[in-house]
Design a protein around this ligand. Structure first.
Ligand SMILES: Cc1cc2nc3c(=O)[nH]c(=O)nc-3n(C[C@H](O)[C@H](O)[C@H](O)COP(=O)(O)OP(=O)(O)OC[C@H]3O[C@@H](n4cnc5c(N)ncnc54)[C@H](O)[C@@H]3O)c2cc1C
Length: 490
């Protein structure tokens, strides 16, 4: 039998949950249902218990950091009284780039590169910062050279404007670490749009105060999703209900799940990544521009490894635990390099020692082919280059390759390839009759991050309220969620 709702939200990640909360905060009488394909809420947030010397503690295998520059997620943490924990940064850092894979260490924020490579890198970063400032989130293609920048990959841009192999490689590793893609896979205009949504390149890549890697979340990021779900209550969330078909008529939609159940509603929010939208059937079909964009925004390759130890032996040796690496030499016959790109100290707020390592881009595609034992041994051998043989003496080890999550398919975000940006604005965010689009990929502030997921959820909720409950939307709501002002029903 068909059930009747005001709003059906597809996807109970941070974005879908935030949309539901926003709608109910404005009108608690709205009849809202979240349909989640997986057997848990939270999507790309996921925290697991790992063994410690004295018991267990919680570590994140999905979303990891927050920073004060990410106002939407920080506000949410405050509302739920979830505490943060500063990222440990004291001591030596390591950089491994170059054909010889040599490991260099440094104490300041400036990596150990030749003077020319440092100048090249600094110039490139300043140029990217300045170009990103010209990007309008609501129409990236309109910026000066927009069409040209969308026609080139990040690799083309870097080859045209940077001179030193070492500094280019640092950019390559940074992109892999932040977005999970290779330089040749991403539209340069999309990258500028991503940087602009974060308010600058440094905000994205640094772990210093106010930046994106400033804090971890005490007890793990999954709590954020769980707390929102608890507040909404079990009756509003149906798990194991993958949506397969959405049919729309004049002002109603019918959402059908894999089990054959149907849900009638006035509005639908799709709070799922573009690559997952492409798997749903729509009647009538989504407009061609949207279909085209969804095809051109594949999800990146990202995996995380967390290893717990008895001691923070790297700290005792004067190291911060931070590593930026091209992976170093290959340790397995099927891989062209070692697996890692970034490593950080991941000691919990309660003081249980741990390291977190990221595997991304092509390195992950290679690593994925190895058996369990070789995957683990390649990670440990790679870590030993920086921290010595003590890395093998661990308590617990956990890895998560996000490709294996059927309704997420990869991480941390879907990215646009060259030529995709002409479909971006209309394709990504513009509602299609009763269907509204949320999910971090549609955010205009902190795209790709939990903060963006919250902002996108709020923006989609406001679009719906402007139609269903216009009297509840204030000018401040529009400003806070960066929704260009549009009079209701015009
Ligand atoms: C390893 C990793 C590290 C990260 N690091 C950070 C970080 O340090 N800081 C940060 O802010 N962010 C980080 N992120 C990104 C962050 O996790 C995401 O931006 C955010 O969680 C996305 O939320 P969302 O709700 O938009 O999407 P999702 O979390 O993907 O939620 C979408 C939900 O929709 C469901 N779904 C999909 N298809 C269907 C369907 N057909 N029917 C019903 N349900 C469906 C999925 O199962 C999922 O639960 C990281 C992510 C990963 C994986």
């Amino acid at each position: 039998m068909e059930e009747d709702y005001d709003v059906v939200i597809v996807g109970a990640g941070i974005s879908g949950l935030s949309a539901a909360r926003y709608l109910l905060a404005k009108d608690s009488n709205l009849n809202i249902l979240l349909l989640e394909a997986a057997d848990r809420v939270g999507g790309r947030t996921f925290t697991v218990p790992l063994k410690t010397e004295t018991g267990t503690d919680s570590w994140d295998l999905g979303a990891h950091w927050v920073g004060r520059c990410q106002t939407h997620i920080m506000k949410l943490l405050e509302e739920f009284d979830i505490k943060t924990h500063p990222q440990y940064l004291t001591g030596r850092k390591f950089l491994q780039v170059g054909k010889d894979n040599s490991v260099k260490s440094y104490m300041s924020d400036i990596p150990t590169l030749s003077l020319l490579a440092l100048l090249d890198l600094d110039r490139a970063m300043k140029r990217i910062e300045s170009l990103a400032k010209e990007v309008d989130q609501n129409d990236p293609l309109s910026c000066k050279r927009g069409k040209e920048f969308d026609g080139m990959t990040m690799e083309t841009y870097i080859n045209q404007t940077m001179w030193m192999a070492e500094s280019k490689e640092v950019m390559e590793v940074a992109l892999r670490g932040v977005l999970g893609v290779e330089l040749c896979e991403i539209s340069f205009l999309y990258f500028l749009t991503y940087v602009s949504a974060a308010g600058g390149l440094k905000n994205l890549v640094e772990a210093t105060p106010y930046m994106a890697q400033e804090y971890t979340v005490q007890g793990g990021c999954y709590q954020i999703s769980l707390r929102m779900a608890e507040e909404l209550g079990d009756s509003r969330i149906k798990l194991r209900e993958p949506v397969t078909l959405i049919t729309q008529s004049q002002d109603t939609a019918v959402v059908t799940t894999e089990s054959g159940k149907t849900y009638k509603c006035k509005k639908v929010v799709l709070a799922i990544p573009p690559s997952q939208i492409a798997k749903i059937n729509f009647n009538p079909r989504l407009p061609p521009v949207k279909r085209e964009l969804h095809k051109r925004m594949p999800v990146a390759n990202y995996a995380k490894v967390v290893i717990t130890y008895k001691k923070t032996f790297w700290r005792e040796d004067g190291s911060s635990g931070e590593v930026v690496t091209n992976g170093g030499p290959s340790t397995e016959s099927d891989c062209t390099s070692g697996p890692l790109c970034l490593v950080f100290d991941d000691t919990s707020a309660s003081g249980n020692p741990g390291l977190v390592a990221f595997i991304a881009g092509y390195q992950l595609v290679e690593w994925r082919q190895l058996n369990d034992a070789s995957r683990k041994s390649s990670v440990l051998k790679c870590l030993a280059q920086f921290f010595g043989e003590q890395v093998h003496d661990y308590i617990d080890y956990a890895e998560k390759d996000w490709e294996a999550e059927p309704y997420v398919g990869g991480a941390p975000v879907c990215v646009a390839g060259p030529g995709a940006m002409k479909y971006y604005t209309v394709g990504l965010r513009e509602p299609f009759n009763c269907i509204h689009f949320a999910g971090t990929e549609t955010a205009t502030i902190w795209t790709g991050y939990m903060s963006g997921a919250v902002q996108a959820g709020h923006r989609a909720a406001i679009e719906i309220l402007l139609d269903l409950r216009p009297q509840t939307v204030s000018g401040q709501d529009l400003i806070d969620n960066n929704k260009p002002f549009k009079l209701p029903n015009t």
